[in-house]
Design a protein around this ligand. Structure first.
Ligand code: SF4
Length: 333
C-alpha cells in the first residue's frame, strides 16, 4: 500500500480525503466510498497503487475519442474501485468490487508499462480508463509524468467527479479527456450515481479552460434521462459553456448491473441525435452498429475527413489535423 495524496488529518485518528467531492471522513481501519482508500493509524493509503485489473491496446476511438489522433492505438489500463455508484455501470465487476473481491490484479511497474506502450504498434501513449481513474490518482500521476518525458500522450476517461486542486495537478500532464456527463438533473446524479451534478459541470469547465482536448459522452437511458427538454438543456449548456465545437458522443444504453430497462430504442437515439445537432457541430452515436453518426466531415467545405465503422477507421482527408481541402483545423494529431 502506498501513502495517498490529498487528505487531511482529523482528531481521533480520522482523516478526510480531499481527492473528490465526497470528502469522505474515514475512521481508523475504514475505507472511503470508493473502497480503495483506507485509513491505517491516521494515515490515508491507496491499495491500488501499481496494481492493474486490465491492460489492453485499444483503438483510440474506443475511449471514445474521435478528434484526437484518429486511427491510432492507445495502451489502456484500469485498476478497481469507483467514487460513484451508478446502477447502470457497464464495468461493475471492477468498479464496484469490495475489498478481497476481484483478485485479477497484476502488479506492474511504471517502467514495464511504458516499455509495453513504446513497443506496441501505432500506440500514442496511455489511457487511464475502465474504472474511474481518479481513485488511482497516485499511480496515474506517476505514470503520466513519465509518459510526457517519453514524448507520448496521456488520456483520462472519467466521470469528472474530482476536486479542482488534484485536477489542476493532472492538467499538467493529461492531453485529452473524455468526460461522462450522465444527466442534467441533480436528482438523477443523487439517485442513480450517489454523487452530485455540479462538481462534474465544474470539471468540464476547468478542463475546457485549460485548453486540453475535451470530448463528452452521454448515455441515453430510456425513462431515466430521456426527457427531450432536459436533454436540450444539456446540449445547450455544453454549447454555451464549452463551445459548439465540443465533440459529443451520444451512446445507446444496454441493460447492465442493477438496471435492467430495455435498451435505448434506435428511433429515440436518432431523435436525440437531431436535437444535439441543433446545438453542437460534432455529434457521434455510440454502442450502435451503423454508419450513421460515425463519420466526420469538414464543417467549412463538407469533405469527408474520417470514416468509421465498428472501430475500423479510414482517414480520408486529413493532414496534421487539418482538412486537406480547406485547411480547417479540426483534430488534434
Ligand atoms: S476518492 Fe474515495 S475516499 Fe476520497 S473522497 Fe472520493 S470516494 Fe472518498
Amino acid at each position: 500500500m502506498e501513502r495517498a495524496l490529498y487528505y487531511e488529518t482529523l482528531s481521533d485518528q480520522r482523516v478526510r480525503c480531499t481527492l473528490c467531492p465526497h470528502y469522505c471522513s474515514i475512521s481508523q481501519g475504514q475505507r472511503g466510498n470508493c473502497k480503495v482508500r483506507m485509513n491505517r493509524d491516521g494515515i490515508l493509503f491507496t491499495d491500488v497503487d501499481g496494481k492493474y485489473s486490465a491492460l489492453n491496446l485499444d483503438p483510440i476511438e474506443k475511449k471514445p475519442l474521435y478528434h484526437f489522433y484518429p486511427g491510432s492505438a492507445i495502451l489502456s489500463l484500469g485498476t478497481k474501485g469507483c467514487n460513484l455508484r451508478c446502477t447502470f455501470c457497464q464495468n461493475h465487476e471492477m468498479s464496484q468490487a469490495v475489498p478481497g473481491e476481484y483478485p485479477y490484479m497484476r502488479l506492474l511497474s511504471d517502467e514495464e508499462i511504458l516499455e509495453m506502450a513504446s513497443e506496441s504498434p501505432n500506440c500514442i501513449g496511455l489511457a487511464y480508463t475502465y474504472n474511474e481513474p481518479t481513485v488511482f490518482f497516485e499511480s496515474m500521476i506517476s505514470l503520466a509524468r513519465k509518459v510526457k518525458q517519453e514524448g507520448l500522450q496521456n488520456v483520462m476517461v472519467t466521470n469528472g467527479y474530482i476536486n479542482s486542486d488534484p485536477l489542476d495537478e493532472l492538467l499538467e500532464y493529461i492531453d485529452a479527456f473524455n468526460i461522462d456527463l450522465k444527466a442534467f438533473r441533480r436528482g438523477f446524479y443523487r439517485k442513480y450515481t450517489h454523487s452530485q451534478l455540479d462538481p462534474v459541470l465544474g470539471t468540464l469547465k476547468q478542463v475546457r479552460k485549460s485548453g486540453k482536448h475535451l470530448e463528452v459522452t452521454h448515455l441515453l437511458i430510456p425513462e431515466l434521462n430521456s426527457d427531450a427538454k432536459v436533454f436540450e438543456e444539456l446540449v445547450a449548456w455544453i454549447a454555451g459553456e464549452l463551445g459548439s465545437d465540443t465533440v459529443f458522443h451520444l451512446s445507446r444504453y444496454f441493460p447492465a448491473y442493477l438496471l435492467l430497462n430495455e435498451p435505448t430504442p434506435l428511433d429515440l437515439l436518432y431523435r436525440f441525435y437531431d436535437i444535439a445537432k441543433e446545438h453542437l457541430n460534432y455529434v457521434y452515436l455510440g454502442n450502435v452498429n451503423t454508419r450513421f453518426g460515425s463519420d466526420t466531415s469538414c464543417l467549412h467545405c463538407g469533405q469527408t475527413l474520417v470514416r468509421r465503422f465498428d472501430y475500423r477507421v479510414e482517414v480520408t482527408g486529413l493532414e496534421k489535423g487539418r482538412c486537406t481541402t480547406c485547411k480547417n483545423q479540426i483534430f488534434v494529431c
